[in-house]
Design a protein around this ligand. Sequence first.
Ligand code: FAD
Length: 374
Amino acid sequence: MKKNYDIAVIGAGIIGMATAYYLSQSGLKTAVIEKKYIGSGSTGRCISGIRQQFSTPTSIGIMKESISLFSQMEEEFGFSVDFKKNGYLLMAHNQDLLNTFQANIDVQRKEGVNVSLLGPQEAQSLVPALNIQALLGAAYCPDDGQAYPFSVLKGYKNGIDENKGDFYLYDPVQEIQQETHFLLTLQSGTLIEADKILLCAGPWTRELGQKLGLDLPFYPERHEAIITERTPKVIEPMLVDYRKDGCYFQQLLTGQIIGCYTPDPNVPGIRQDSSLEFLLEMAQRMIRLIPELKKAAILRHWAGCYTMTPDGNPIVDQTPVDNCYVASGMSGHGFMFGPGICKHLAHYMVHDKWDSDFSEFSINRTFQSKESLK
Ligand SMILES: Cc1cc2nc3c(=O)[nH]c(=O)nc-3n(C[C@H](O)[C@H](O)[C@H](O)COP(=O)(O)OP(=O)(O)OC[C@H]3O[C@@H](n4cnc5c(N)ncnc54)[C@H](O)[C@@H]3O)c2cc1C
């Protein structure tokens, strides 16, 4: 059985779903091919944070657009995606980081982001339960927030269905051949012919690219997360503690507290196994920051991947293989970047020209300058 499409999108995480949504709106015949189920990769494992506090105008601009798109979703999809501007509070316990916050705030304000530097007491009046011992200051943006990834994916799915896009689920792409068109062989034996393809398979994008002889610099690493049972309201903004033994967590609209930390050293590879070490450590780190969380019960614990690049920025571009595009390496920010990045990417794939400056995400960049706010 052979099916023909204008565009085949490989991977149904936030990046594949958002791009396919916008592509299908342009009237292109679009297929979404997914190894397992929609959101089964990193997207369904994220902790749903959305922030504009980045260090470069490109990332800040994308995030401003994403926030605007998240805020329109309820009207666009016809149901709530639990988007809420509960803010992000980034905490500095050393002077260097505080200086970095100040430098970034200057850039962010120039880009129109409502962000300010708070002293420890101001941070505590925002979050009365916060332990401010050793805290030097914090960057706070009340317009950052959260949304529920599964509802966002459902909204995109409904839109793609309405625009007559097709889904191939539980059916991984096994082979990719390029002649005049791309010919994809799925595990079921189905053959998909497409004029253009998008590689957006999250941590698996590198191995997908290898099928076309591409060597894409994506380096997956494991990140674990926990969620508590519902607890009475204790924090409003996402708390980000950048200490080497810090962590980040927020309270969902539904009352649970969800969070992670970045392990040091990193745990490289495509890993979705979770560890007792993380569970014990994360609980301690959260309690250090918000002592009253010692009463909270942990409900669940899981792991997924960050797909890193050498500079901590995504690669969103056409590859050296004509008509083969890539969008991956979201480096821990793909859920929040998704709507903004994918709207521009879809435009590029349809019109062959960018409607925004994406050179920072180019495949040919030097990867020398790093995003300072991980
Ligand atoms: C614990 C944790 C917390 C996080 N918290 C946040 C957060 O607060 N905010 C934020 O913005 N980001 C967060 N992230 C990062 C975010 O989850 C990712 O950046 C984002 O989900 C990446 O989306 P994606 O579409 O690129 O990849 P994925 O969601 O991984 O989707 C890729 C899909 O491709 C499919 N696939 C793979 N190989 C094939 C194949 N051969 N054929 C077909 N399909 C294939 C996979 O099954 C998968 O579903 C977090 C990540 C983790 C792990």
